[in-house]
Structure formats: structure tokens, C-alpha cells
Design a protein around this ligand. Structure first.
Ligand code: SAM
Length: 220
């Protein structure tokens, strides 16, 4: 489907899916990870799909006043992340072994308008055309992530796929009413990379891209 047509279909699905937003939490037993929602004393950040956790650790060290909830749904990656965490004395990371959407749906009340920033770093691009609805910005339920973002909060997405960057920017601005603050090649402070995937791509001398979005309206 052409992107313009997809945008119209997506907008339609969001309207129809309005009733699907549940404020009531899922029954606790349906969550694999029973970690409670962290206290809101520190500014809260969310990372969805943190892999083996390099970025959460770098972030938590750099921002001791902030608290990062880092979700990873794949077991082997999550266990490597947990192992790595044991070697660091970091109180400001909550590691969640769960699908980010599922976890937030459970904690809908607690997470509403809560996050300063959400990170999607090197998400699987699902490159086939018929997989578009699995890409974060192309999912009708992406609105559930937006519900958790504070007004004025940011989303940071990184990818090595130009098509993914361009599509995400269009969907973010046209469908999700987010303001684009930056869209282009990494303006990275460290040439080494902040995630394992980023390090792999930079080592291969591939271009990595960054999309910074701001929530400036309360539509979602
Ligand atoms: C391509 S890897 C990138 C990992 C890491 N961000 C990096 O850059 O090194 C994408 C990761 O996101 C995880 N993932 C994808 N969707 C997710 C979701 N909805 N919730 C939690 N994890 C997710 C996958 O299991 C996978 O480990």
C-alpha cells in the first residue's frame, strides 16, 4: 500500500480503536514481569527494546538524577542485560522483561503523561511492505506510547535504515501530531556508538540516523 493511503487507513484505525484504550490494568498474572511501577520521585524515561542493555547503562551513569525503565521482551537478551546490570551499582534503572506495550497497558494509570522521553533505538525495521503495521510509528496502538509521554516530552528513534527514518518522520508528523526537532544523520558525541547495534553499524561505516520528536499537542 502506498504511504498516503496507509496514513488514511491508519488514522481511521486509530479512531475506531479509541475504545481499545484501557485504563483498567491487565490481570497481574498475564504479565510475565511482576516488577512494580517505579516511584515518580525522579524524572522518568522509557526505553523500548533495549537489547542487552548498553544504552540503559550509559544513560543511567550519565544521568544519575533520572530514572530509566528499560524493556526487552527477548529472554536471552534480557538475561544478558540483567547480568550486565549486576556488575554496575545503578539504582536508577528498572529492567523489565516484557513487551513494552503490554507492560504499559498494564500500568496505564501509573504511566499516563509520565515520561520525559521515550527511546526506540534501532528497532527491527520489518522491511517487507506487508510488515509495515509492525513498525512502531505505523501501529494504531502507538498512541498508547504517546499517552505515556508528558506534554513537551520527546521521542528519540535511531536506525540505520533511511526508508525507516523517512517513513517514521512522515507518520510522526502527519498521524501522531509530533513536532520534528531533528531528522538526519547521527550528531553523535561518541563515535563508538551508544547501543550494540549502533556500534556494529558504525564499525561497518554505515550511516546511522536519528529522529527527535516533541509532543507539543495533547491529541494523543
Ligand atoms: C534490533 S534490536 C536493537 C537492540 C538495542 N536497542 C540496540 O540498539 O542494540 C531490537 C530489540 O527490540 C526488542 N523489541 C522489539 N519490540 C519490542 C517491544 N515492543 N518491547 C520490548 N522489546 C522489544 C527486540 O527483542 C530486540 O531485542
Amino acid at each position: 500500500m502506498k504511504l498516503l493511503k496507509y496514513i488514511e487507513a491508519l488514522k481511521n484505525k486509530i479512531d475506531k480503536a479509541q475504545h481499545e484504550i484501557k485504563d483498567a490494568p491487565l490481570p497481574q498474572q498475564r504479565l510475565r514481569d511482576q516488577t512494580p511501577f517505579p516511584s515518580k520521585q525522579a524524572p522518568l524515561y522509557l526505553e523500548v527494546g533495549c537489547g542487552v542493555g548498553l544504552h540503559p547503562i550509559l544513560f543511567a551513569k550519565k544521568r544519575p538524577q533520572a530514572h530509566l525503565i528499560a524493556c526487552e521482551r527477548t529472554s536471552d537478551k534480557f538475561h544478558k542485560f540483567k547480568k550486565r546490570l549486576e556488575n554496575h551499582q545503578l539504582e536508577n534503572i528498572t529492567a523489565i522483561h516484557e513487551d513494552g506495550m503490554r507492560w504499559l497497558t498494564h500500568w496505564a494509570k501509573e504511566s499516563k503523561l509520565t515520561f520525559e522521553k521515550i527511546f526506540f533505538l534501532y528497532p527491527n525495521p520489518y522491511p517487507k511492505n506487508n510488515q509495515r503495521n509492525k513498525r512502531f510509528f505505523a501501529m494504531p496502538l502507538f498512541k498508547n506510547y504517546l499517552h505515556t509521554l508528558k506534554l513537551g516530552g520527546e521521542i528519540e528513534m535511531r536506525t540505520n535504515q533511511l526508508f525507516y527514518l523517512e517513513e517514521a518522520k512522515i507518520l510522526a508528523t502527519e498521524v501522531w501530531n509530533l513536532e520534528c526537532q531533528y531528522c538526519g544523520p547521527l550528531r553523535e558525541e561518541s563515535e563508538k556508538g551508544i547501543t550494540h547495534f549502533e556500534r556494529k553499524y558504525l564499525k561497518r561505516e554505515e550511516t546511522c540516523y536519528e529522529l527527535i520528536l516533541k509532543k507539543t499537542s495533547s491529541t494523543f
